[in-house]
Design a protein around this ligand. Structure first.
Ligand SMILES: [Zn+2]
Length: 252
């Protein structure tokens, strides 16, 4: 491969990060793959046995909650066993060092928080909160993990189906997450795109907004993505290798 070496790209990205006053990260499934959580667009793993429309859409949640809950039990088991990898940890270190203001994530696995990131905007919700679809009573995540296959779907005392506070296909982005993400995108002068190829609307517009506002776009992704036209510094390399080097280069 020709072009700039990894070392010179890290140098460029570190300089841009040291100049930035409001850097944010925008992350997707790819950042959690090294933690053992499969991307549903990739073959194998969880998603080879489940159709996203059948288990992760609002229509399915209303029409076949038992099937959705079979999937949720398995997905929560995956998330429960997953640990943050060096990419998550480096982003948390960058925030502690004052180099990063926020992580805007499309992931629902909670691994950024587990790594120590404090300002995490979960664009698609998360699996740490549950509530009843009928009476809206909140339910604890610990109780969700105790639900057994015989009890599916998990029901509230009122008889309503309990659901995670996650954005299903066919649902809108939570207003609070949208507002926080917009606020950071407006203020940002640099965005680190990590592990997301830009296919999911409307989340994928965040880096584009930052670019249009004059911000620098640093992309760490494997393979081609839809961000080709907005990226200033692009790493075609694993985030769990690039981010720790970038963090140490910026004195974290
Ligand atoms: Zn209820």
């Amino acid at each position: 491969m020709s072009g700039p070496t990894l070392e010179s790209l890290i140098e460029q990205a570190a300089e841009a990060l040291l100049r930035a006053r409001h850097a944010v990260a925008f992350t997707g499934a790819g950042v959690s793959v090294p933690s053992g959580i499969p991307d549903f667009r990739s073959p194998g793993g969880l998603w080879s046995r489940y159709d996203p429309q059948e288990v992760a859409s609002i229509g399915a949640l209303k029409g076949n909650p038992r099937r959705v809950w079979e999937f949720l039990v398995e997905a929560m088991d995956f998330f429960g066993r997953a640990r943050p990898n060096p990419a998550h940890l480096a982003l948390a270190a960058l925030e502690r060092a004052g180099r990063l203001k926020a992580v805007i994530t499309q992931n629902i696995d909670g691994l950024h928080q587990a790594a120590g990131s404090r300002e995490v905007i979960e664009f698609h919700g998360g699996c740490e909160n549950f509530y009843c679809m009928r009476c809206k009573t909140p339910h604890a995540a610990a109780a969700a993990r105790a639900v057994t296959a015989a009890d599916l779907p998990w029901r509230c005392a009122c008889g309503g189906v309990v659901r995670p506070d996650v954005v299903f296909f066919g649902e809108g982005i939570p207003a609070q997450a949208m507002e926080s993400a917009r606020r950071h995108a407006f203020a940002a002068d640099l965005v680190l795109i990590v592990g997301t190829s830009g296919e999911v609307q409307p989340a994928n517009q965040i880096p584009v907004q930052i670019k249009h506002g004059g911000g620098v776009v640093v992309e760490i992704n494997l393979g081609p993505t839809l961000y080709r036209d907005v990226t200033d510094i692009r790493f075609d390399a694993p985030a769990e290798e690039v981010l720790p080097r970038l963090a140490s280069r910026t004195h974290c």
